[in-house]
Ligand binder design. Structure first.
Ligand code: PLP
Length: 376
């Protein structure tokens, strides 16, 4: 079967470890295993973990710990996966048939868009509008939803804009899925990575046909653990386990064990506190840099996520711009093209501040050279 390429993931995979400054990453600076385990006793206990298969849906302890994050959820509502990307794939594989309609927030993490294209699902973009602070217009949603709508998918907080869905949009969304009897798919992997606001409220709870996906890659700074999960109606989760049997079977025993430690109440609070302090320190560094360029750049301040979605005011294709920066300055960004929106770039604000500033200096150098080249 031919697939729709997942351009951003391919691009990052090829170059993220090759460039000197990777500002394409969308999570905060990852923890080391030593930082996570903390003290010698924990290290010793970890060395004694027996490396068998865990339960394919995740250990009961981890499923209960995840369930406790969601109102009225129990372990039967939870399936643990390898990254939230596997949770998204598993649910989409179960839900969609060729010819179905999917209303999909745009811009967005493009995984579901690519899968839908591959499977012959009709994608109807629910456009986030810059003039609305990257919210969608509830009227647009009404126009898009029909009786053929199988699901409405949102990414909240959103990648790449960093916007958190406002109350009016949340209500409109819940009304729309209910009216259509459609599934609500909510990618919440940036929940907990809010810079100023409190933790983004999950969409799990008010409407039965909801599947929420999340994991430890972004807000928790642990993408290398590959821990994700989905939360859904118990009967659906049981079915999805059968789909998961055709994928990676189980999480790894080590990841399952570490995830339990991370999600323990106090530890979780500390980890998300670290994330917030990184964002509070780094966003002003990027904002000052952008402002120093006057009208060359504009952006809506991201409310969440270690990302900033930036519009530039010069006539150059975004892939061309990002490729020049990569080749000439060994610095990686994500071009707007990879989110279907030319004229923008995504810059990651999760790394150590001096690394971020050094990467921005490289961008500056390119901009100066481009300007000089133009004047010549
Ligand atoms: C919005 C969003 N959802 C899901 C994922 C998948 O991440 P993971 O599989 O590491 O949980 C990403 C990764 O960038 C993302 O940005």
């Amino acid at each position: 079967m031919k697939i729709e390429p997942f351009e951003m993931e391919r691009y990052q995979s090829v170059y993220e470890y090759v460039v000197e400054y990777d500002l394409a990453e969308s999570g905060v600076h990852p923890f080391t295993l030593r930082e996570l385990l903390g003290h010698d006793d924990a290290v010793q206990r970890f060395l004694d973990v027996r490396l068998g298969y865990p339960q394919s849906e995740g250990t009961p302890e981890l499923r209960e710990t995840v369930a406790a994050l969601y109102p009225h959820a129990i372990d039967d509502n939870v399936l643990v996966t390898n990254g939230s990307s596997e949770a998204i794939f598993t649910s989409a594989w179960r839900l969609f048939e060729k010819g179905d309609e999917l209303v999909l927030m745009q811009p967005n993490y493009q995984q579901l868009w690519g899968l839908a294209k591959t499977w012959g699902v009709k994608v109807k973009p629910l456009v986030l509008r810059e003039d609305l602070g990257w919210q969608f217009d509830p009227e647009d949603l009404k126009q898009l939803v029909t009786k053929k709508t199988r699901a409405i998918q949102v990414c909240n907080p959103n990648n790449p804009t960093g916007a958190i869905m406002a109350e009016a949009q949340r209500k409109a969304l819940l009304d729309a899925v209910e009216d259509a009897g459609a599934w609500l798919l909510s990618d919440e992997v940036y929940q907990g990575a809010e810079r100023e606001a409190g933790e983004t409220e999950t969409l799990w709870g008010p409407y039965e046909k909801t599947i929420v996906t999340n994991g430890l890659s972004k807000a928790y700074g642990l993408p290398g653990l590959r821990v994700g999960w989905l939360v859904g109606p118990a009967r659906t989760v049981e079915e999805l386990m059968g789909y998961h049997d055709y994928l990676t079977l189980t999480p790894t025993m080590l990841s399952d064990r570490l995830a339990r430690l991370v999600l323990e109440k106090r530890r979780r609070r500390e980890i998300l506190g670290r994330t917030r302090s990184i964002l509070r320190k780094n966003y002003p560094a990027l904002r000052d840099w952008l402002e120093a360029h006057g009208t060359l750049f504009s952006h809506v301040a991201p409310a969440a996520g270690a990302i900033c979605w930036i519009k530039y005011a010069f006539p150059m294709n975004s892939t061309e711009l990002v490729e020049r920066l990569r080749k000439e300055k060994s610095t990686l960004l994500v071009p707007g093209d990879m989110f279907g929106m030319d004229g923008y770039v995504r810059i990651g604000i999760g790394p150590p501040t001096d690394y971020l500033v050094a990467g921005l200096d490289r961008f500056d150098a390119l901009l100066r050279e481009m300007k000089a080249g133009k004047a010549r």
